[in-house]
Structure formats: C-alpha cells, structure tokens
Design a protein around this ligand. Structure first.
Ligand code: NAP
Ligand code: G4F
Length: 343
C-alpha cells in the first residue's frame, strides 16, 4: 500500500521541495492550499501538470477545513509547514501569526488524532525560537524568542509538540530548522531579495536597492537538504526533536558579497551604520541601508549545532554558503536575462 502524506504549506518554498521528494519516494502526496488572489501553484506547476499531487482547499484558521482535508487524504504522515513565516511582518500582525502558527497546529493535531491516533506529525519549529540565546544553539539551549513569530512557534513547540508527546503519547516531532534558502525562497526574505536585486542591477534593470541590518548573522543552508531531514525525522522509532543547521554563520553583508562575487560584480563598502552604502566599480551607489527594514527587536546571531541529527539521522548539509549564494544569484540572472530578451 502506498503511504499517504498530507503537507500543509505545500505552496511554499519547503512544501514544494518536500512534495517532490515524497513523490520521488513513492508517496501519495496531498497538499493543503488556501485561497489567494494570486496563483499559488507557481512552485508546483510541474507536479500539478503531471497529476503527481492532490490539492485540497483549506486554511489553518479553520478546524472544519482541516477536518475535511484529513478525512479526504487519510494521511499516515502529516508535515505541518503552513505558517505566517515572515518574522518582520509578525510585528505588524501578531494575532494572525499566533492564530496560524500556534492555534493552527493545535486545530490540526486535535482533528488528526481524532481520525487516526497513530498518525505521525512533523512540526516546522524554528531557530527564531532561540532569539537572544547566544550561539551555538542546540536541543538543550534555552529559548528566548523576541518576535511574535518566534513566540507563537515556541508556544506550538512547547504546548503541542512536547506536551502532547509526553502526556498523550502521540507521535509528534519537530525539526528546529535554521534558515534555509533556495531559488524558490519568498521574495521578501533577505537572501532572495539580495539575489534578485543584484541580478537586476547587473543587467541594467535596476539602479539600487535598500536593506536593513547588515550585521545580523544567520546560519544559512539549502532548502533541498532540509526537506530530506523532515522525512527522516518521521521515520524514527520514537518521536523526537532535532536541530538542523550547517554550523556556520555569516552576516547579511557577507551574503551580499557572495552574490556579487558570483555575478562578477566588484563592490566596495563605504560609511557605517545607517549611512553605510555599497558602490560598484564606477563608484555608483547600488545599496543603501534603510531604517525601514530594521526590526523593532533583532535576533543578532543564529548558529546551530546539529550534532544530534548528524549522529542519529545520518544527515548533513551538502551545499556550502558560497554555493548557495551562487545558486540563487545564477537563477535570478538566468530568469531576468530571459525576461529581458523576451521584451
Ligand atoms: P513559506 O514559503 O512562507 O511557506 C509558508 C506556507 O504556509 C505557504 O504555502 C503559505 O501559503 C502557507 N500558509 C500561510 N498561512 C496559511 C493559512 N492560514 N492556511 C494555510 N496555509 C497557510 O515558508 P517556508 O520557508 O517554506 O517554511 C516552511 C515552514 O518552516 C514554515 O512553518 C516556517 O515558519 C518554517 N521554517 C522555515 C525556515 C526557513 O528558513 N525557510 C526556518 C525554520 C522554520 P501561501 O502560498 O498561500 O502564502
Ligand atoms: O531573511 P529574513 O527575513 O529571515 P529571518 O528573519 O531570519 O527568518 C527566516 O528564518 C527563520 C529561521 O531562523 C524562519 F523561522 C522564518 O520563517 C524565516 O524563514 O532575515 C534575515 C536577517 C534578519 O536579521 C533581518 O533583520 O536579515 C536581516 N535583514 C536585513 N535587511 C533583512 C533585510 N531581512 C529582510 N527580510 N529584508 C531586508 O531588507
């Protein structure tokens, strides 16, 4: 019998990679999709065209739609990737963030175990839950979240994943994933924004762009590597939580430099703080710092220690920081070259 998986958040970066991976493993894949005004299928075009996945309309806000999706798909495994996943935006919409990221998981799990108490559930926890805790962060580190996003994810992690596993004996796990990126990353996240902007500047389609805090450090890996481990986590005999990270951290400024290197653009930094700029070889300003992109409270440094996953799951990342930046830069260059030649 084919194993069935239900993925919430299937239209997102991770959802699309995970759907491809599970289809490749022979799973019957079902995805929960909410109604939006734009085409949410962009990342899934090929899977949908070839009828490799089944889509159900639903929304993490509403238990009735989750119940219907669960009854229709009857999953053996559930991957809860749906979230209001933008940390910066969570400061503007804390209630919505809480309702999707915490209450949404509660609705999903309550309905799922009513239908099948043996179902295996993966929750997308996050390094943002560490907040102000200094690196390296691992499964034993304390959580000190500062954003509404981090706080909602931590509430889900503590009161659903940990508590339901311990008190009710459910098979529910979480991956505490550090930042992971790809050419499919949402356009507002900093790595994709940098790749898009520099590729457009390189092709003469844009003159400059702005960023916020250039000094924040993140542990950036490749999303394709991180979805493999979501599956591995749900195949363990006992449910558990795992930190997934590369173990290396870089500043936002270093990501700009890595993308510029891949695009063969020479840049120089001038000034400091809010007056810092980057100029190209002809001295033209291509990047400014804008206070608008600063967060009310920043997480300064995330660098994960994923020894437990490496030891127990045999997982390790395959894409280096420079290769990731180059992959994203070259994808944008190709995309915009194509668009430029089409007009
Ligand atoms: P993403 O690209 O922003 O995808 C989020 C998904 O959630 C989208 O499919 C989105 O649908 C869906 N969604 C949002 N609100 C929903 C609602 N009310 N009902 C149903 N679906 C809803 O995020 P991602 O980068 O793939 O991340 C996947 C998960 O991992 C998220 O839970 C995120 O918080 C977590 N995470 C990500 C990272 C990372 O670095 N990427 C690190 C740690 C944890 P639309 O397409 O309609 O917007
Ligand atoms: O790309 P970001 O928005 O990612 P952030 O906040 O780290 O969150 C991502 O990773 C989390 C895992 O730790 C996930 F849970 C979450 O769902 C999401 O996927 O920002 C990265 C850093 C921040 O320090 C931010 O202040 O880049 C800094 N930054 C500087 N300028 C900017 C910008 N971030 C964005 N989005 N846009 C800027 O212009």
């Amino acid at each position: 019998m084919k194993k069935r998986a239900l993925i919430t958040g299937i239209t997102g970066q991770d959802g699309s990679y995970l759907a491809e991976y599970l289809v490749g493993l022979g799973y019957e894949v079902w995805g929960l999709m909410r109604r939006t005004s734009l085409d949410p299928m962009l990342r899934l075009e090929s899977l949908v065209r070839k009828r490799r996945i089944n889509i159900i309309y639903g929304n993490m806000h509403h238990a009735s739609s989750l119940k219907a999706a669960l009854e229709m798909s009857r999953p053996h495994e559930i991957y809860n990737l749906a979230a209001q996943s933008d940390v910066g935006i969570s400061f503007f919409v804390p209630e919505e963030t809480e309702d999707i990221n915490y209450a949404g998981l509660k609705r999903l799990v309550d309905e799922a175990v009513r239908i099948n108490p043996k179902v295996r559930i993966y929750q997308a926890s996050t390094s943002e839950m560490y907040g102000k805790t200094l690196p390296p962060q691992n499964e034993r580190s304390s959580f000190k979240p500062v954003s509404p996003y981090g706080k909602a994810k931590l509430r889900a992690h503590k009161t659903i994943v940990e508590a339901y596993r311990k008190r009710r004996g459910l098979y529910i796990c979480s991956g505490i994933l550090f930042n992971h990126e790809s050419p499919r990353r949402g356009e507002h996240f900093v790595t994709r924004k940098i790749a898009i902007s520099l590729a457009k500047i390189k092709l003469g389609l844009q003159k400059s762009f702005s960023l916020g805090n250039l000094n924040a450090r993140r542990d950036w890996g490749y999303a394709g590597d991180y979805v493999r481990v979501m599956y591995a986590i749900l195949q363990q005999e006992k449910p558990d939580d795992f930190v997934i990270a590369t173990g290396e951290s870089h500043t936002v400024r270093e990501f700009v430099e890595a993308v510029a290197r891949s695009l063969r653009m020479k840049i120089r930094w001038k000034g400091t703080g809010l007056r810092e700029i980057a100029v190209d070889e002809r001295g033209r300003t291509i990047l400014r710092v804008d206070k608008k992109y600063y967060r009310p409270v920043e997480v300064n440094h995330l660098r994960g220690d994923s020894m437990k996953a490496r030891r127990e799951l045999g997982w390790k990342p395959t894409v280096s920081f420079d290769r990731l930046a180059a992959m994203m830069a070259q994808a944008e260059l190709k995309r915009f070259r194509h668009m430029k030649s089409a007009v």
